[in-house]
Design a protein around this ligand. Structure first.
Ligand code: G3P
Length: 217
């Protein structure tokens, strides 16, 4: 499973990229606002940092303008994936942009039928939002499982990019289901490595090692 960082904050992305666990990045208008940066400049910097797919989202509502914005965003770097919303206009833009050989990430997906439409429109990625479904007492992980089953039934090449990840459990459950990618907020991604028994066990090993008086020279 690939790990994408869900952020437009350069320092956080750089820290994780240095560890070597970043396969891509996703941004959206809210994350651009949070970064306080110009979308073109910050997206270009992210593409210089990460060689995998970097999603940048259009803000138009009509297909024609979405396509124009998508071409501008795709022109930033070869690894740009243009993000379009899961609407009829977004699907029209997806069909056009994917037809031009551009990667398209169809976002704001909340149902299996929406995901089916995105795959048929030639999406490279589908972004179902787990956390926001959980927020209204629906089952976000069940949507990932449903999309996985449908895409496997018809051998769609669209990759399932699980988004709106709120916890480490979301990550492991997506891996068990078979999501292709999870896009994870930096804090959640950094937290994946933590376990209290690991910390406790390491402390004990080092205390005992100190008692040996030895060094590994
Ligand atoms: O990639 C989509 C993600 O940024 C949305 O997350 O927590 O705002 O639902 P959230």
């Amino acid at each position: 499973m690939k790990f994408f960082v869900d952020s437009a904050e350069i320092d956080l992305i750089a820290e994780l990229a240095e560890i070597g666990i970043v396969d891509g990045v996703t941004t959206n208008p809210s994350l651009i606002l949070k970064s306080g940066r110009d979308i073109i400049e910050v997206t270009r910097e992210i593409c210089d940092l990460v060689s995998g797919p970097v999603s940048a989202e259009v803000t138009a509502l009509e297909a024609g303008e979405m396509i124009e914005q998508g071409r501008r965003l795709a022109g930033i770097a070869p690894n740009i994936a243009v993000k379009v919303p899961l609407t009829w206009e977004g699907l029209k833009a997806c069909r056009a942009l994917s037809g031009e050989g551009k990667m398209v990430n169809v976002t704001l997906c909340f149902s299996a039928n929406q995901a089916l439409l995105a795959a048929k429109a030639g999406a490279a990625f589908i972004s179902p939002f787990i956390g926001r479904l959980d927020d209204i007492n629906l089952d976000g992980l069940q949507l990932i499982a449903d999309i996985r089953q449908i895409y496997d039934n018809y051998r769609f090449e669209t990759e399932v990019l699980a988004a709106s990840i709120r916890s480490a459990n979301h990550v492991s459950e997506c891996a068990k289901i078979g999501a292709d990618i999870v896009t994870v907020p930096p804090a959640v991604l950094k937290g994946l490595v933590k376990h209290p028994l690991t910390d406790r066990g390491l402390d004990a090993f080092l205390r005992d090692w100190a008692k040996t008086g030895q060094k590994i020279a």
